[in-house]
Design a protein around this ligand. Structure first.
Ligand SMILES: C[S@@+](CC[C@H](N)C(=O)[O-])C[C@H]1O[C@@H](n2cnc3c(N)ncnc32)[C@H](O)[C@@H]1O
Length: 156
């Protein structure tokens, strides 16, 4: 079972890139998170925001691995504890299901993609910048992996 992280926005600020890498490199090779990024539409084009999000959705759909379970990161999604996330991931692993976590761009994810998702995951009740959402997600995936494998990173 593979975990994929798809995100709009190819370049993170240095601090966020470093924080993301700090967690991403802790996974053993067989559990590593496969990151794919797609270009954000330029906000200076004058196009309506719906058109910008639709273009980003098309790029995300093209990058989605076939057969992967789609989990969108969304501030309106379900609240979830780390233990519940770990439990879901454990179940999907037993079922042999790949998972693709998707993070949107400056205006969020196109509603069509949100509606198509198997699960909408909320990281916080507050709106986060996409860079911080990416860092928070990789840390929580690492924590969930630690919990599922008995690694001492996670302490009850
Ligand atoms: C700047 S936010 C977009 C905010 C946008 N107004 C919206 O309605 O989604 C960029 C991306 O970060 C992720 N994100 C931001 N806050 C989040 C939260 N509290 N929980 C989960 N994901 C979040 C989402 O994937 C979102 O598409």
């Amino acid at each position: 079972m593979k975990w994929h992280l798809l995100a709009v926005g190819q370049r993170l600020p240095d601090w966020a890139e470093a924080a993301y890498e700090d967690y991403a490199k802790r996974f053993p090779p067989e559990a590593r998170v496969h990151l794919r990024t797609v270009k954000a539409e330029p906000r200076s084009s004058g196009k309506p925001v719906e058109a910008l999000m639709a273009a980003e959705r098309q790029r995300l759909e093209a990058a989605l691995p076939k057969g992967a379970r789609l989990v969108v990161l969304d501030e309106r999604g379900d609240r979830c504890t780390t233990a519940a996330l770990a439990q879901r991931l454990r179940q999907w692993q037993l079922d042999g299901i790949d998972v693709a976590f998707v993070i949107g761009g400056p205006d969020g994810l196109d509603p069509a993609l949100r509606d198509a998702a198997h699960w909408r995951l909320r990281l916080s009740d507050m709106t986060l910048p996409h860079a911080l959402a990416r860092v928070l997600l990789i840390e929580q995936l690492y924590r969930a992996w630690s919990l599922n494998t008995g690694h001492p990173y996670h302490r009850e």
